[in-house]
Write a protein that binds this ligand. Structure first.
Ligand code: SIN
Length: 485
């Protein structure tokens, strides 16, 4: 059997693509864990959009400023120009964004946006509501708990993929068109905000096949995650909290961010994360998020889930402030694609959402542009595929298909060492010596008898370090400590 579409991943990009594919097409969606184990599900703040056609220029400008003009301007234009049409399509199909008292869409503000242009659902449950909506709208087959371990690539054509099922058996699936929508790389870092399903294996497969990754040094750290738990996955305290007036303060209640940037809490995300990191390092003071500008009623209504989570952890809100620190959040870099979402030099392989890199986010993603990216670029991919009618001939694929062992005994230790290594060497503040040592260690790990998934994760981590070493000067999220920011 040959599918018309194989979609790898069931977050916003994968599911929105599935929603837009005609019903009569044979589509298979492969999902690494359960469908809601993805970063989309955890997204709190919202979806950015140009409010109307007059706002497009300003949205483009804000995206470029946050991205330190490292962005691909054409990709930014595509994003913003298609934004409202994609949002309207969701609304027309039944997604309910929050409304203001007059019954109009309630736009909120987040850091580095000139005006309020972020839409949200159920207060702070935008990702969850969007994800449920997309799942409900998809009529195509999803297989859960399967992990892709190879792509069948020959002469610029992707014939399909191979995956492990729950019992680690390997299955081959053929498709005329393949969309990689597997998300970023969160589990490569010790502290992150991502779903545990997100570990960068598909980026590793692409590297192995000679497919180019772009901007892999550009890793974004969210400034405000709750510090009080011991898990690797940290609870996000949405940027929208600061957009609505929450403050970042030290132990003495000083709003020190203004010492670093004129916009204080609303400076671009890389600046806020770096400032918190630097201030903590210099003063050794604890950093908090303070809600003293909120009334209890406002807090509960606008951020019901964050309020109830913190309340369950014993916080008296809004009176009490909560300890925060930055954590890994989002990969701006990924599989290099063109403006049709197509992987460079490939005929029928597409990458959409966080796994991809069109250059749209530049050196630092503007808050809430990622759900929008998933929506816009998945639509573009499906439109392109429907126009091209590309079909494979399965018998043309003559390469030997290699079988891999999923795990080895040694994996667990190396996986942990890798997370610590990446957190120490390739996070908010970097230096050449640490990056070089980390790269050397990863090259050593790669010589071990590893399970397939860890091997792929290591390839991806290696590309982050190599890209970071190549960029000798600080730019956006890539900050080299020897230089001044
Ligand atoms: C947040 O709610 O702070 C996350 C939004 C984003 O990553 O764009």
């Amino acid at each position: 059997m040959i599918y018309d579409y194989l979609i790898i991943g069931a977050g916003v990009a994968g599911l929105n693509a599935a929603r837009l594919i005609p019903k009569n097409k044979k589509v298979l969606i492969l999902c690494k864990k359960t469908p809601w184990e993805c970063n989309t599900f955890y997204a709190q703040g919202g979806v950015a959009t140009a409010v109307d056609s007059k706002d497009i220029q300003s949205h483009i400008k804000d995206t470029l400023t946050a991205g330190v003009n490292h962005n691909n301007v054409e990709a930014v234009k595509v994003l913003s120009e298609h934004s409202r049409e994609c949002i309207n399509d969701l609304i027309d199909n039944g997604l309910k964004f929050d409304l203001n008292k007059s019954g109009d869409l309630a736009f909120t503000k987040e850091a580095a946006h000139e005006i309020p242009r972020i839409l949200h659902c159920d207060g702070d449950a935008t990702g969850r509501m969007l994800h449920l909506f997309l799942l409900e709208q998809s009529y195509h087959q999803i297989i859960s708990n399967v992990v892709v371990n190879d792509l069948l690539i020959q002469d610029g054509i992707c014939y399909g993929a191979k995956y492990y099922d729950e019992d680690d058996n390997e299955t081959i699936v053929y498709a005329n068109n393949v969309l990689i929508a597997s998300g970023g790389i969160g589990s490569i870092y010790k502290y992150h905000t991502n779903s545990p399903a997100v570990a960068g294996e598909l980026q590793g497969i692409c590297l192995e096949k000679g497919i180019e990754l772009k901007d892999m040094e550009m890793m974004q750290f969210h400034p405000t995650v709750f510090k009080g738990t011991s898990f690797a996955r940290k609870t996000l305290l949405s940027e929208a909290l600061r957009g609505e007036g929450a403050w970042v303060v030290d132990e003495d209640n000083k709003r020190f961010l203004f010492d670093y940037h004129k916009d204080g809490e609303l400076a671009p995300r890389d600046v806020v994360s770096r400032s918190i990191f630097d201030y903590n390092e210099k003063t050794n003071k604890q950093i908090f998020l303070s809600f003293e500008t909120f009334s209890e009623e406002f807090f509960k209504n606008r951020f019901p889930n964050i309020h109830s989570n913190l309340h369950d952890l014993g916080y008296d809100l809004p009176a009490q402030r909560v300890p925060i620190s930055p954590a890994f959040h989002y990969a701006m870099g990924g599989v290099k694609i063109d403006l049709k979402s197509k992987v460079i030099n490939m005929k029928n392989l597409y990458a959409i959402g966080e796994v991809s890199c069109s250059g749209l986010h530049g050196a630092n993603r503007l808050a809430s542009n990622s759900l929008l990216e998933g929506l816009v670029f998945s639509k573009i991919a499906v439109d392109d595929i429907e126009k091209n009618h590309f079909k494979i001939n399965k018998d043309d694929f003559i390469k030997k298909i290699i079988s891999y062992k999923r795990n080895q005994k040694i994996d667990k230790k190396i996986k942990n060492d890798l997370r610590i290594l990446m957190w120490k060497s390739a996070s908010i503040s970097r230096n050449k010596a640490d990056l070089e040592v980390a790269l050397e260690k990863i090259n050593k790990f790669l010589k071990e008898n590893l399970g397939r998934l860890l091997f792929l994760r290591l390839l991806t981590a290696k590309s982050i370090l190599e890209s970071a070493l190549k960029r000798e000067n600080s730019l956006g999220a890539h900050y080299i400590k020897e230089n001044k920011c």
